[in-house]
Ligand binder design. Structure first.
Ligand SMILES: Nc1nc(=O)c2c([nH]1)NC[C@@H]1CN(c3ccc(C(=O)N[C@@H](CCC(=O)O)C(=O)O)cc3)CN21
Ligand SMILES: CC(C)C(=O)C(=O)O
Ligand SMILES: [Mg+2]
Length: 272
């Protein structure tokens, strides 16, 4: 594929680092299937995340907890087939890496082998250090994820802003430093105060990718359906909607329904 196309230079973890070094913002967006991935890649996004938010936006679950490793691999392999340029990162789902570094390694290796993705992302700091180290030692790039970590929703009880208190902010700074020291290539910061994002991003040499984390992260990430306004229920303050596809799609499909009912579709030219 793209390896045979000299016009397209693939984004690697090193490219992402170079963007931070140059002071150029990094763009990231989720995708969950082949068609979405093609669009996101074509639009120039550098990092495509196969997020476990697929549990919400693709499967309709309330949380990210139910999605399985097999389901993540299905989404990831579909995305990889649609991407020519972007770096493809896959969320390790809940239950596939916490508290057991052997299982974590097995999960990461399955993702890499069975999907063809380029890196994995894992939620948490010190608690999952051993699992991250084990995966990194196998040569699999790991992205960290701190702040609001949706896989621990039942520990916190809400999706409110994280690390507003000094103790929690201090732990986040230490976790971020630790993730860098063990060799993570980047870290997602979700729903934390903008000032904390600025502190962390300036003190780390690896890039930070923010969501609801203010303007000073080294890059930004959003969920595909949120950016395009496909699901119109989710509207946190950090979200900017770039389209109202929910309305566009509903109107188009309603138009089709009308045309069929009115014997307008298909017409002679659309028949054999
Ligand atoms: N569609 C979607 N977008 C996301 O960004 C996303 C998911 N799903 N699923 C997994 C996690 C969960 N995330 C979340 C979830 C809630 C808030 C949040 O700010 N919730 C507000 C209410 C938002 C609303 O108006 O619905 C809160 O105060 O709980 C933020 C990020 C981010 N991720
Ligand atoms: C919101 C991003 C960072 C994520 O983890 C996901 O989409 O699952
Ligand atoms: Mg996720």
């Amino acid at each position: 594929m793209s390896v045979h196309n000299p016009d397209i230079k693939r984004v690697t973890t090193h490219t992402i680092q170079e963007l931070k070094n140059k002071g150029e913002k990094i763009t990231a967006l989720t995708a969950y299937d082949y068609s979405m991935a093609r669009v996101v890649d074509k639009a120039g996004v550098e990092l495509i995340l196969v997020g476990d938010s697929a549990s919400n936006v693709m499967a309709g679950h309330e949380t990210t907890l139910p999605i399985t490793l097999d389901q993540m691999i299905y989404h990831a392999s579909s995305v990889v087939r649609g991407v020519k340029r972007a770096l493809v990162v896959v969320d390790l789902p809940f239950g596939s890496y916490q508290g057991n570094s052997s299982e974590a390694l097995r999960s990461a290796i399955r993702i890499m082998k069975e999907s063809g993705a380029h890196a994995v992302k894992m939620e948490g700091g010190q608690e999952i250090r051993d699992s991250i180290v084990r995966i990194l030692s196998a040569g699999v790039p790991v992205m960290g994820h701190l702040g609001l970590t949706p896989q621990s929703i039942y520990k916190f009880g809400t999706y409110a802003v994280r690390a507003k208190e000094e103790a929690e902010a201090q732990k986040l700074v230490e976790d971020a430093r630790m993730l860098q020291d063990i060799g993570c290539f980047g870290v997602v910061l979700e729903k934390i105060p903008a000032t904390l994002t600025k502190t962390v991003s300036q003190s780390l040499h690896i890039p930070t990718i923010g969501i609801g984390a203010g303007p000073d992260a080294d890059g930004q990430i959003l969920v595909f359906h949120d950016l395009l306004g496909i699901n119109n229920e989710f509207k946190p303050r950090f979200l900017r909607r770039y389209a109202d596809l929910h309305t566009v799609m509903t109107e188009a499909i309603a138009h089709y329904v009308d045309d069929v009912k009115a014997n307008d579709f298909p017409n002679e030219k659309e028949a054999y």
